[in-house]
Design a protein around this ligand. Structure first.
Ligand code: PLP
Length: 480
């Protein structure tokens, strides 16, 4: 939620109070330089003891509610038939409108099952934009991801409220070029993770549904951030201004054939699920659940997490939860934009994204500007962000580098975790870094895993630039 102050200024306001806290500390810049060196200039490989504000992701690190903790204690622990699973299934039916649901241990496990069941080698999967794990599973199944966004989607500075839409004409072209038999399914991702958490509109969703229906194609929704997409629809789409997030979420779910999500985001629980009203589709997936995840009534999750997820599904459509990250992101992005920092606009539903090619125009894409910016931000602030650029794209089959469409450094805002003063600190240090951007140089791989290399890859700073940033910081601000 946001609130208007008497000055007219709007700020995000927390609709919760902290009743349990975790101490964090800020190690001096000298030690941060050492830590990022030991982590191979990869923020994934930092240890949390060395991190001040952990803005790597909003996945699995949101604050749970008191009711979710209570549900974890009340859980009915059973290998099979747990009533906690049936409470979860009831919540899914009430909130999402689906009669059939199964848990998976997280979102990528759902993707694995969908790839296993619905994708054949040689198929294509058109989508508004891929997510890293989605692409890995689609490609491991021998298929190809086709991104069919409107061209505007890759324009980092924009006023287009719905940069996450699929271009319907491009979908028609795909069907014509590859034939509908080769289209495994059409995938819509609610707020496109890799291109700045940008939402699609309901109007677009309905147009895509229409094309899928005309061609007998299955429409799949990756609803990991469905509530943020719905919240943004309520704010931005004509005709939806008086609808609740709950109503919009239900309407979105009713449009697609199959829904899956990572529960780590919207429901603040480490898990995932697949849901549908189409029993035939459900029955095709269900036999594989015990093979890869676990028995039907736990699907790879602990029952405690299923219990917390049952509550999380009901809570996630509350505007104070659905809008928690969105309003913080809006504040963060607008404050950075007003100070001239190149940041993805309009603000999306996932994180604040710095445009690394504009922030560090002197670094060629082959030297990973978004990765360099994430490492430099850590040195200058103790804030952990994430590279979402070329490092996050694996090489092609011939081992050739594939340059990302855009180079983003993502600063996530886990729900109900950080406050406006934390954002103000981040804004200050990002501005300091921007003034000293010439000191930051590129990165090069010293160890590169073959799949999802961004997780475990190790890099080093070209010309040891980390030292230069550290020295400048110490001179102007101190060893703090
Ligand atoms: C849009 C989207 N899909 C799928 C996933 C994968 O989910 P998980 O991390 O739970 O495996 C994520 C994770 O961030 C995501 O953002």
């Amino acid at each position: 939620m946001s609130i208007r102050l008497s000055s007219g200024k709007e700020i995000p306001i927390e609709m919760h109070k902290a009743r349990m806290v975790q101490k964090i500390s800020l190690i001096p810049v000298d030690e941060r330089l050492k830590a990022i060196g030991e982590a191979g200039y990869n923020t994934f490989l930092l240890k949390t003891k060395d991190i001040f504000l952990d803005m790597l992701t909003d996945s699995g690190v949101n604050a749970m509610s008191d009711n979710q903790f209570a549900a974890m204690i009340k859980t009915d622990d059973a290998y099979a038939g747990s009533m906690t699973f049936y409470e979860f299934a009831d919540a899914v039916e009430d909130v999402l409108g689906y009669k059939h649901v199964m848990n998976t241990h997280q979102g990528r496990a759902a993707e694995h099952l969908l790839a296993k069941v619905f994708i054949k080698s040689g198929d294509v999967v058109p989508t508004n934009y891929h997510f890293t794990t989605t692409r890995a599973h689609i490609e491991l199944a021998g298929a190809q991801v086709l991104e069919i966004y409107y061209d505007e989607a890759l324009k980092t500075e924009s006023t287009n409220p719905f940069k996450g839409c699929i271009d319907p004409q491009k979908l028609k072209n795909v069907i014509e070029k590859y034939s509908k038999d080769k289209v495994a399914f059409v995938r819509l991702e609610a707020t496109t993770n890799l291109i700045g958490g940008q939402p699609f509109s309901m109007k677009n969703m309905k147009e895509i549904r229409q094309i899928c229906s005309e061609n007998g194609l299955m429409l799949v929704l990756d609803g990991s951030l469905i509530c943020e997409n719905a919240y943004l629809i309520s704010q931005r789409e004509k005709g939806y201004e008086n609808k609740t997030v709950a109503e919009i979420v239900k309407e979105m779910c009713g449009i697609v054939d199959l829904f899956y999500m990572s529960g780590r985001k919207n429901t603040s629980v480490r898990g995932g699920c697949i849901a549908t009203n189409n029993k035939e589709l459900f029955d095709k997936i269900r036999p594989w659940l015990p093979v890869y995840e676990g028995f039907y009534t736990y699907g790879g999750m602990s029952m405690r997490e299923v219990g917390a997820m049952a509550v999380g599904v009901r809570e996630m459509v509350d505007p104070s939860v659905a809008g928690c990250a969105v309003e913080q992101i809006k504040y963060f992005v607008n404050r950075l934009a007003e100070t001239g920092i190149p940041v993805v606009t309009p603000p999306g539903g996932l994180a604040c994204h710095l445009d690394a090619m504009k922030f560090l125009p002197h670094i060629p894409q082959s030297q990973y500007p978004a990765g360099a910016l994430a490492a430099a931000l850590y040195i200058a602030s103790g804030i952990r962000s994430m590279e979402r650029g070329t490092i996050s794209v694996d090489r092609d089959k011939e081992g050739k580098e594939i340059m990302a469409d855009i180079e983003l450094t993502r600063i996530a805002l886990p729900r109900r975790v950080y406050t406006v003063s934390h954002m103000e600190y981040a804004i200050d240090r990002i501005n300091w870094l921007y003034k000293h951007r010439d000191l930051v140089k590129g990165l090069k791989f010293v160890f590169e895993p073959p799949v999802l290399r961004f997780f475990d890859g190790r890099l080093e700073a070209v010309a040891n630039w980390g030292k230069d940033v550290t020295e400048a910081f110490k001179k102007e601000i101190g060893n703090c």
